[in-house]
Design a protein around this ligand. Sequence first.
Ligand code: PLP
Length: 392
Amino acid sequence: MPRFPDVSKHAHSVSARVYSGLEQRALAKNEQIYRLHVGDTYRDPVAAARAEHQLSAEHPGLHKYAPVHGEPSLIDAFIANVQRRHGETLNPDLVQVMSGATAGLSIVCQVLLEPGDEVLLPSPFWPLSRGIIATKGAVPVQVPFYTRFDEPGFDAEAVLESAVTERTAALYINTPNNPSGRVLPDATIGAMMRVAKRHDLWVLCDEAYEEIYFDREPPDAVWRRADTRDRAIAFHTLSKTYGFAGARVGFTHGPEDVMDAIRGMQTFHTYCAPRPMQFGAVGALHYGDAWVEDSRSLYRDAGYEAADALGVGRPEGGTFLFIDVSEQLDPGASDCSAFLERCADAGVLLTPGQSCGADYAKWVRLCFTSVPPDQLAAALGKLTPLFRTSIA
Ligand SMILES: Cc1ncc(COP(=O)(O)O)c(C=O)c1O
């Protein structure tokens, strides 16, 4: 029972230090350091989206509360964007503007989950997803997944099925995936959906990287599938597609029965997403097409360059490489902390794989979009000798 000065047990289950504290070490030894552990972009958003272009003269009451539902012009712009990409017109009543996908997932988990409920969390995963589920008193059930498609005999349906219990309430799915860079094949999504249907699970579709895919057709939108849509809640964000992470704007939509409750819960969490940046988001959606195209090609080049330099498979989408470094670890090492220290000593910060799943203690994550191409090349120059050297 939490009593002063203790905090709740849900708060104990998460840590604000999702990412490693290696920065001081890197700064002590290097004039220039490369923060490839942060999932962000070096690109500024399109001009019409930027904070400095949102004017009170054009938007009376610019700094007042927005409607809980979201600014009507933004909802219209999002619906037009989805219509253009997928040929489908969403019902505006079923769309909720939120402060990014983080708030979206958090609020939806609050609506759907009781303490003790379990959520299937295929790993490796976006580090915050685990904590968001845990802060509701629910249990993130980690299932090693995205790194295993090439294993002979890997059976996506059987692997997920074996993790289901009476308490399983939802399945979280993220494609293109942070951190593996994989885009889920259609057959794999079908297998996942059979498990969801068989056990009456909600499907939480994280679309954060929906527009970041390389040398391929746009990935299937999981939430649109006939076998999914009655149970799918989708999270979209401008953070990745439009370089808008600090603006905190995204969209959640789902079936009619649940959207009222989600809107109600949003009222008591953030009330509304930042109003000035909702107008910025309208600018991104109206004028950002060429920017998104350019980013896709710049990010592809960066991702391929990083993968080739480090001798690992090229990403299919997203902004990360996820790399097994077990051969670079000291004999007997149980995790990659010493390896990450060597990288920090060389001036490059990477994320420990463990923050993306308990089974990935010997993996690291690298974001290839957080610094401009010249800095990425310099960072890769420092990392290459560390990655190419096998210790064992
Ligand atoms: C898979 C995934 N979902 C959601 C988010 C967070 O999105 P937002 O900035 O909209 O909260 C991230 C950020 O890295 C992510 O990688």
